[in-house]
Ligand binder design. Structure first.
Ligand code: ADP
Length: 552
């Protein structure tokens, strides 16, 4: 049939039919598109009408909630809810919330916690058709992994915070010029409570020393201009209590969500600086010491050279004088040769002492120890100067509480010690006075005392007289000759024996020199070689030399 054969009414009917068909087709198409969208999403979706009948449910929903087919067929939302609720940690809350949501026109979002640990996000949207609440669209998303990640993030954030908190270095983070974070070490360094500083501008807790401000401003401008780092440098901080501390500090700036943060790491280096200063002082001092030691060596070498150079001509003069004495037995000449010999001895004593002091200083002086009767050594040398004391009108007394005491000692050196002490005692004692030498046995040590009734030594000089070239040096009391070397040599010789010496005196009331020597023995072999060393002649010669300051 063609159009010409149809009536007008039939044609209108025909057109209406076609139009309806097109509309129906278009609705069907839209529905297909919507279903496809619902099925393609990763969320589980269920659409309910106002009487809780299921209008649509997607596969993901069924999969998420594990809904059985028979329930699906019934299309009853409450039956589905009743079935799935037991999977949740709080099933009753789930049911009551569902009720409220169904009766509300507002959107709703929350999280549901499952007994097996999974977490779903629930999003509900009211279904409003022609301004009438016609149902609700529920969508569920499995956010278990996201929640776990968030938890992990929180945990690591906590960990980092704790780490920063416990760092021995001070850490301060600034945001908009205000303190945003400060750890314990930084607060301690600034001598402040953390709470008093947080949110406050940077300069509140301490000020930078003026010497460092210019440089610090440059660094701050650099940090503010972009994400960057400024190297560690040393600075000084003036704290609120006006104390100044040395610090080492470095900073970096970083952006987070368009906000610029500046982090400063700071450590107190006051102690380190103090040690550095100390080290510098020590090295300067040791440099000076080294110079002094070098100078001392030079001086010692010079002394040694001069002393040896002097000794040769002196020996020639001495020998010539002795020859003169023998050749011409003339009274007048003898008077002068005696003076010449006396002065030769004095020079010889000075030179010998200088040589020995030098040797001791550079460690070349050695004792020849052998086991000898120290009582006999002291007694013999004391008695050998009786002529001198007699000629000076001084009484010399020797006493001992022990007959014999064998100990390792260098007899010759002990004799020199005694001659030095005795010659001093004679020098500083007036005629009519008394000198006593006493020995006390203390078992493990032996005490030798040389006491005189002379002019005495002022208390403040008692220690000093043992220093080289030291004399109690006021011209009115310098009744005797001397160079101030004797006692320092005596002290060195006694100390080389492992002993001690000190002086006791009352100014104007005499002096006493007390030696304490340890008693011990050395190997026998040493003895035989050493004992032959001291001959009678050399002993007399030593006395002459050591007593050369005393004119008889
Ligand atoms: P010196 O060669 O000058 O005697 P010493 O070192 O033997 O040097 O003595 C140092 C100084 O100690 C002497 O110059 C003297 O002032 C003082 N002195 C030493 N012994 C006595 C003493 N027995 N009585 C008083 N003063 C003494």
């Amino acid at each position: 049939m063609c159009y010409e054969d149809k009536t007008k009414e039939e044609l209108i009917d025909e057109l209406k039919k076609r139009d309806r068909h097109t509309q129906e087709q278009s609705i069907k198409d839209n529905e297909t598109v919507l279903r496809a969208i619902l099925e393609s999403t990763a969320d589980g979706i269920i659409v309910l009408n106002h009487s809780s009948k299921v209008l649509h449910i997607n596969k993901r929903f069924i999969q998420l909630w594990k809904v059985p087919d028979e329930l699906l067929d019934e299309k009853d939302a409450w039956k589905i809810a009743e079935y799935v609720k037991d999977q949740l940690v709080e099933p009753e809350r789930f049911m009551s919330e569902a009720n409220i949501i169904m009766n509300n026109r507002t959107e709703y979002k929350d999280t549901l916690h499952f007994k097996n640990g999974r977490i779903y996000e629930r999003y509900c949207h009211p279904l409003i058709i022609n301004n009438v609440l016609s149902g609700t669209v529920f969508s569920f998303r499995d956010i278990t992994q996201k929640a776990m990640l968030e938890k992990e993030l929180m945990r690591s954030q906590k960990l980092y915070r704790k780490l920063i908190e416990l760092l021995p270095e001070g850490v301060m983070v600034y945001k908009d010029g205000r303190l945003f974070l400060i750890n314990r070490s930084a607060a301690k360094l600034l001598k402040q409570e953390k709470s008093a500083l947080l949110g406050k501008p940077g300069g509140i807790a301490a000020k930078l020393h003026p010497d460092y401000r210019e440089e610090a401003i440059k660094k701050m401008n650099k940090l503010l201009s972009s994400e960057t780092t400024v190297d560690y440098s040393e600075e000084k901080l003036i704290l609120t209590d006006d104390s100044i501390i040395d610090i080492e500090t470095g900073s970096f700036s970083f952006k987070n969500e368009d906000q610029l943060f500046i982090t400063t790491v700071v450590r107190d280096i006051t102690e380190r600086k103090r040690i550095q200063l100390l080290e510098k002082t020590i090295s300067e001092k040791s440099e000076l010491l080294k110079e002094a030691q070098e100078y001392n060596i030079l001086k010692t070498q010079l002394f040694s050279t001069i002393s040896h150079e002097l000794k040769t001509p002196l020996n020639i003069i001495f020998g010539s004088v002795q020859l003169l004495e023998k050749l011409y037995d003339d009274k007048l000449l003898n008077k002068y040769t005696k003076i010449m010999k006396q002065n030769c001895y004095r020079l010889l004593r000075l030179i010998n002492n200088l040589i020995d002091i030098n040797k001791i200083e550079i460690g070349f002086y050695k004792l020849e120890l052998h086991n000898s009767d120290v009582v006999k050594i002291i007694e013999d040398i004391t008695l050998s100067v009786v002529d001198y004391t007699n000629s000076k009108g001084i009484q010399l007394v020797f006493d001992t509480n022990v007959e014999e005491k064998i100990t390792a000692c260098d007899a010759e050196k002990l004799e020199r010690v005694m001659l030095n002490l005795l010659s001093n005692a004679i020098k500083f004692t007036e005629p009519g006075g008394e000198i006593s030498v006493n020995i006390f046995d203390k078992g493990n040590s032996i005490i030798i005392s040389v006491k005189d009734s002379g002019i005495g030594i002022p208390e403040d000089m008692l220690d000093k007289i043992f220093e080289t070239f030291r004399q109690v040096d006021s011209s009115f009391r310098r009744k005797a000759e001397g160079s101030g070397i004797g006692l320092s040599l005596v002290k060195s010789l006694i100390e080389m024996h492992g002993g001690t010496i000190y002086a006791k005196s009352q100014y104007g009331g005499g002096s006493e020199f007390i030696i304490e020597l340890p008693v011990y023995l050395v190997d026998k072999e040493n003895i035989s070689i050493m004992e032959s060393a001291v001959t009678l002649d050399s002993k007399i010669e030593t006395v002459h030399i050591e007593f050369s300051d005393i004119y008889s």
